[in-house]
Design a protein around this ligand. Structure first.
Ligand code: ARG
Length: 463
């Protein structure tokens, strides 16, 4: 049997393998709501422009609503022979309302239809992602405010570097996520133009009103070139790029949670809610959620690469290659949302172990820079020389196996005679973090202020 929607010039139906490779209904049925919304807006416009009758338009609208209910009630029979969601819905509409259904596709093509559906779907998903990103930021900022003065080691090369506060560390991710958020919002803004009415590729001779359909579907306006409208998927690429970067950022926090919750570090404790046990080792509490978030960039970045390769070198305008734009995008968006939701839950859930964090912050001679700074400020030493003197003191402490603050004044003076007892004020980890009041520094007063600032922004924004 030839395809009943376009088979007019065909004598024979497709080979079974052809049907299988050609059909997208197994995955593009996800677009049913967008397809119906687009068709309803199109029918409304056609009647307003006097292209179809009121009676046809209302039959179409009613029929589409019925189809939506059928799909949502699990009663709709999707057919592979009808290829995709567009033809499945139109064919069912014909069964329900008869000939009027055939007028819906006036001044439209599946090319602008699929471009529209895909944009609508991704736009909704991006809106949901933005809410999720803000929620992770909120969870982080709340924890940061509570832990603004909790001392932990800051690392470079994963070696103890300088004391910082846990709040400051968490706020670093708030900044990172705020850029992810703004990339997503930016992509949304750019993609918010309606391709509907571009028809196959060249526009149409009917007196359609593209501004009206754009407005009805919540777009800022219509796209300005019919060929670009049906040929472009950079809106999807841009969202995938933003998601990839966000997933990479999340994976770093996830990795830190894995490290922090290990028994060697013991910086945070995750509850039963976001961990799993081992089937053989009864003592285990595994940070599976964090590990899975750490893994998500694999598929999300994978989706970006897959679609980039599909689009690369494609001549204008639509080619069937572009049907391969959907599955990975769906998967990436779904997993991005899941990763963000799990991260928000995990951040709210984790309990810092302040004693272990502070003890670790005191190791590794983490206040050696403070000592050097003291030599510069108090003894007017050039920084390079102070660095050297401080280094010799570290070597002495290392040899004696004590913290810098545990060296006696006499021992310090054996390295440099001008050192006096006021140096001990800067050698503690508390004094160190307190002194870091430069803009963006880790001083608890800074961290509190920044956390409060973000909380205000986020609470206003998420309302
Ligand atoms: N299923 C197709 C897709 O997802 C819809 C567009 C088909 N257009 C066409 N001219 N065959 O890309």
């Amino acid at each position: 049997m030839t395809n009943k929607m376009w088979g007019g010039r065909f004598a024979k139906g497709p080979d079974a393998i052809m049907s299988k490779i050609n059909a997208s209904i197994d995955f593009d049925q996800k677009l049913y709501a967008e397809d119906i919304a687009g068709s309803k807006a199109h029918a409304q416009m056609l009647v307003s422009q006097g292209i179809i009758t009121k009676a046809d338009a209302s039959a179409i609208t009613k029929g589409l609503d019925e189809i939506k209910a059928e799909i949502e009630g699990g009663k709709f029979k999707f057919s592979q022979a009808l290829e995709d969601i567009h033809l499945n819905i139109e064919s069912r509409l014909k069964e329900l309302i008869g000939d009027a259904a055939g007028r819906l596709h006036t001044a439209r093509s599946r090319n602008d239809q699929v471009a529209l559906d895909f944009r609508l779907f991704i736009r909704t998903a991006v809106d949901e992602l933005c809410v999720r990103v803000k929620d992770v930021m909120l969870a982080l900022a709340e924890k940061a405010e509570a832990e603004a003065a909790t001392i932990m080691p800051g690392f470079t090369h994963l070696q103890v570097a300088q004391p910082i506060t846990f709040g400051h560390h968490l706020m670093a991710y708030v900044e990172m996520l705020s850029r992810d958020l703004s990339r997503m919002q930016d992509a949304r803004k750019r993609m918010n133009e309606s391709p509907l009415g571009a028809a196959a590729l060249a526009g149409t001779s009917y007196r359609i009103d593209r501004t009206a359909t754009a407005k009805a579907l919540g777009f800022a306006g219509p796209t300005r070139n019919s060929m670009d409208s049906v040929a472009s998927r950079d809106f999807a690429l841009e969202v995938l790029a933003a998601c990839s970067i966000c997933a990479i950022n999340l994976s770093r926090l996830a990795e830190e949670i894995v490290i922090w919750s290990s028994s060697q570090f013991n910086f945070v404790k995750l509850s039963d809610k976001f961990t799993t046990g081992s089937s053989i080792m009864p003592q285990k509490r595994n940070p599976d959620a964090a590990e899975l978030i750490r893994a998500k960039p694999g598929r999300i970045l994978g989706a970006f690469i897959a679609l980039s390769v599909v689009m690369k070198g494609l001549p204008l305008t639509y080619s069937k290659d572009m049907q391969e734009d959907k599955e990975q995008v769906f998967d990436a968006l779904e997993n991005m949302e899941l990763a963000l939701a799990a991260m928000a839950g995990m951040v709210r859930d984790m309990k810092p172990n302040q004693t272990a964090m502070k003890a670790a912050a005191s190791t590794g001679f983490s206040t050696a820079t403070d000592l050097a700074d003291w030599l510069v400020q108090k003894l007017k030493m050039p920084f390079r020389e102070a660095h050297h003197v401080s280094g010799r003191i570290v070597a002495m402490a290392e040899k004696k196996n004590v913290f810098l603050s545990q060296l006696s004044l006499a021992e310090l003076q054996s390295v440099h005679g001008a050192i006096d007892a006021s140096v001990f004020k800067v050698l503690s980890v508390e004094a160190s973090v307190k002194s870091r009041i430069s803009f963006g520094g880790t001083a608890p007063s800074n961290v509190k202020r920044e956390a409060k600032r973000w909380l205000k922004i986020l609470k206003v924004k998420t309302k």
